[in-house]
Design a protein around this ligand. Structure first.
Ligand code: TYD
Length: 132
């Protein structure tokens, strides 16, 4: 299974602007239970630094850009999110970090479940122990 899984959202833009469509269980490979977004981000303050035990997520920069690390304990890859129609899956048990947020970046996430702190693994050594 590859670590990096891109999802292209259909675009219906025209001369009036860009329209991007996101449909639960279609382009998003699960039922969306929660949407959250990060705004007012600082290029000097990276975020994330956790994995989820069960949560499925799809992330996209609907404005601006940032770099995202995906790490499954065997392979690490940085990707750049810089398009409102190019999203990335963050699967369970994938450590992720985000950095280099551009001015005005809006980082939006579709999640398969409600917020639950007990689903987080926030300690990298614990993550490595659990994935090995
Ligand atoms: P966190 O997931 O640690 O942020 P990031 O990965 O972007 O660095 O969340 C930051 C805080 O917000 C933390 O106290 C948990 C809280 N939070 C919620 O209450 N609900 C949510 O849906 C999310 C994503 C976070």
């Amino acid at each position: 299974m590859s670590l990096v899984k891109w999802i292209d959202f259909p675009e219906r833009g025209d001369e009036r602007g860009c329209l991007t469509v996101v449909e639960s269980t279609k382009s998003i490979p699960f039922e969306i239970k929660r949407v959250y977004y990060l705004t007012n981000l600082s290029p000097d303050l990276p975020r994330g630094f956790h994995a989820h035990k069960e949560l499925e997520q799809v992330a996209v920069c609907i404005s601006g850009s940032c770099n995202l690390l995906l790490d499954n304990g065997q392979e690490k890859q940085w990707v750049t999110l810089d398009s409102p129609s190019k999203a990335i899956r963050i699967e369970p048990m994938v450590w992720h970090e985000m950095k280099d947020f551009s001015h005005g970046c809006v980082f939006l996430v579709f999640a398969s479940d409600f917020y639950n702190e007990s689903d987080y693994i926030r300690d990298y050594e614990e993550f490595i122990r659990l994935v090995k």
